[in-house]
Write a protein that binds this ligand. Structure first.
Ligand code: SF4
Length: 334
């Protein structure tokens, strides 16, 4: 039986980051203003572990939010050491962390290897240099290519995160980025629609009319196309949409942009609609659609959107545990 995967997310906000990407106010995105101490990290890990049944689960500690390998070496080591006793006791299977493509070299990778880091995620954001430049990322697509190779050669699992809807971005550029992510051999990815967060350069651009975020519909449709590319290439999409921290949920920090608490469900609804829409042409007005058990919510659609799209047809969705992937069958009731 496949083990259930859990991440214990630990945010290290902007501590080591000398950059200021136009969309980023990392302290606000992570919903946390202070950098956690080693003791706080221990407490957080313990608390999370209490909620996870040890049987049949695989737990990773995930350092997210900033630029981990931009920390001073002794600070990186301090954080990594906190996790080691848990790894030795078998409670944690490994560590994953996110960092910038231009802040990793072979020396840094050796240190991470020695401390049970298994997965390194790079904030690639785009593989188009113009988009990276407008976002003031401070690195190029070639940096992402070179670092991805180093990470894979050193035996780590590679994550390449992408952001859609940055200034200068287009659907074609996003598709190009997704294809490059596949080509670079990423094991997993995250798709983040660009949001306008309070206190960022992007907020100024938005308020002065120099930036227009994607609409929610656009972000969903772009993500659908990207998801198809990743799924057909075996790249695991571990996240679509931003982590809904409290600030975003209350709307306090979110100025504009395609934020939705159920963003992934919206995208999967559209993926299913691409499969189901041809059924509108069927002559019968009454039929059952059998879909895999784990997919029924997406087939019916967020807020029953797909079911409603059948309008005058009488359609019932039925979960069938023998079905896999996105297989489905129709049984006519006329
Ligand atoms: S590199 Fe990361 S943490 Fe630093 S400003 Fe850019 S997005 Fe924020």
């Amino acid at each position: 039986m496949k083990k259930k995967h859990f991440n214990i997310p630990l945010f290290i906000p902007e501590l080591a980051c000398p950059f200021q990407c136009i969309y980023c106010n990392q302290r606000k995105i992570s919903g946390q203003l202070v950098v956690p101490s080693a003791e706080e990290i221990t407490t957080k890990i313990d608390k999370h572990l209490e909620t996870i049944s040890e049987k049949n689960s695989e737990v990773e500690v995930a350092f997210f939010g900033g630029n981990f390998t931009g920390l001073k070496i002794d600070e990186q080591v301090e954080y990594l050491e906190v996790v080691q006793p848990y790894v030795q006791k078998g409670k944690i299977s490994g560590i994953r962390l996110s960092t910038r493509p231009d802040y990793i070299n072979e020396e840094a990778l050796n240190i991470l290897k020695n401390y049970n880091v298994k997965t390194i995620e790079l904030g690639a954001q785009s593989m188009d240099d113009e988009v990276l430049k407008l976002a003031k990322r401070g690195h190029t697509a070639v940096d992402t290519e070179n670092t991805s190779k180093l990470i894979l050669e050193a035996g780590f699992s590679l994550g390449l995160q992408m952001m859609i809807g940055l200034p200068g971005d287009t659907l074609d550029k996003a598709i190009y980025t997704a294809k490059k992510i596949v080509e670079l051999g990423a094991n997993n990815t995250r798709i983040y629609p660009c949001l306008v967060i309070k206190g960022t350069k992007l907020e100024e651009m938005y308020r002065s009319g120099k930036y227009k975020p994607l609409s929610l519909d656009e972000a969903v449709l772009w993500s659908k196309e990207l998801l198809k590319i990743f799924e057909s290439s075996g790249v695991d999409v571990i996240k679509m949409g931003l982590h809904p921290s409290e600030g975003l949920l209350s709307g306090e920090e979110l100025i504009a942009g395609p934020f939705h608490q159920s963003f992934r469900e919206l995208v999967l609804t559209e993926i299913w609609w691409d499969l189901l829409e041809p059924l509108l042409k069927r002559e019968e007005s009454k039929f059952d659609i059998y879909v895999p058990k784990g997919q029924i919510n997406y087939a019916v659609g967020y807020n029953a959107q797909n079911k409603k799209r059948f309008k005058d047809k009488e359609v019932k969705f039925i979960a069938d545990q023998n079905f896999k992937g996105r297989d489905f069958k129709i049984i006519s009731l006329e």
